[in-house]
Design a protein around this ligand. Sequence first.
Ligand SMILES: Cc1cn([C@H]2C[C@H](O)[C@@H](COP(=O)(O)OP(=O)(O)OP(=O)(O)O)O2)c(=O)[nH]c1=O
Length: 201
Amino acid sequence: MAKTNQPSIVLASASARRKELLAGLGLTFIVQPSVASEVVEEEVSPEEYVTILAQRKARDVAFSLADNENESFLVIGSDTIVVLDDTILGKPGHEEEAFRMLSSLQGRTHTVYTGVCIVETATGREKSGYRATKVTMRKLTPDKIRRYIATGEPMDKAGAYGIQGYGAMLVSHLEGDYFSVVGLPVALVSDFLEEFGVKLL
Ligand SMILES: Cc1cn([C@H]2C[C@H](O)[C@@H](COP(=O)(O)OP(=O)(O)OP(=O)(O)O)O2)c(=O)[nH]c1=O
């Protein structure tokens, strides 16, 4: 249900999953994907990596809204990566890369990091944070991996899988926030929104 007397909420994302998860909080919001670069040049930790990109996406869209002097927006940016050992896996560029990613993930435990940043355009105030979730993947044969890739599901997803889809069949165990793996740590976002004065419950 839409709430009244609240700042306009903007989701700075092209991800259908993030849109669905945010809509689950009963909020009315606008979607305006960020066009900011997703390249991080510096050597940073996974926590810093997702926080930097979430901030970049939220700030990029906040900047584009800055002309609306009479209206304040709360802009939400987010970024998800999969980390196996010390390697960051983003979205696969092609099917062979998806195959390599899934071959390295199968039978092992990796960590999914999702960063979130909310920028309030009227004040420039920001809140950022991240969630880390451990996911254990079942052992998969090369044939099974090929058949999973043939579903088309892996190509726009970090680590080349989607836990919310066919990928659910690849996962044996999860420790942490499921929603963060899908792309948005909903509870953390709700905490931040409440700190900005948005009434959710
Ligand atoms: C691990 C995992 C990732 N993902 C998705 C979430 C993100 O959409 C994507 C990681 O890419 P991101 O760069 O975080 O996001 P995006 O490019 O899809 O959208 P935007 O930058 O506009 O917000 O991987 C799943 O949907 N399920 C999963 O299980």
